[in-house]
Design a binder for this molecule. Structure first.
Ligand SMILES: [Zn+2]
Ligand SMILES: [Zn+2]
Length: 76
């Protein structure tokens, strides 16, 4: 019998019933479990696929430390 919910098998919503968390998204705090997709940013932050989906390209580039540049003509 489960220590947390007192049932076997576990009740829905019992933490023991959830797949083990491997990482946690630094944006939304959601668990990332086996099979989930995520990225690791250069600063070590973990971002889940769901948050990536909600990001604009600019957000994503910024998170990755890349800035969009504007092409300018060199005037000498
Ligand atoms: Zn349980
Ligand atoms: Zn997330």
């Amino acid at each position: 019998m489960c220590d947390i919910c007192g049932s076997y098998p576990c009740l829905p919503g019992c933490p023991n019933n959830e797949p083990p968390e491997i990482y946690r998204c630094d944006r939304c705090g959601e668990s990332i479990v086996a099979g989930d997709k995520f990225i690791e940013e250069p600063d070590g932050d973990i971002v889940c696929e769901c948050c990536l989906d909600n990001m604009t390209m600019n957000d994503l580039l910024e998170e990755l430390g890349i800035s969009l540049q504007t092409a300018e003509v060199d005037i000498w």
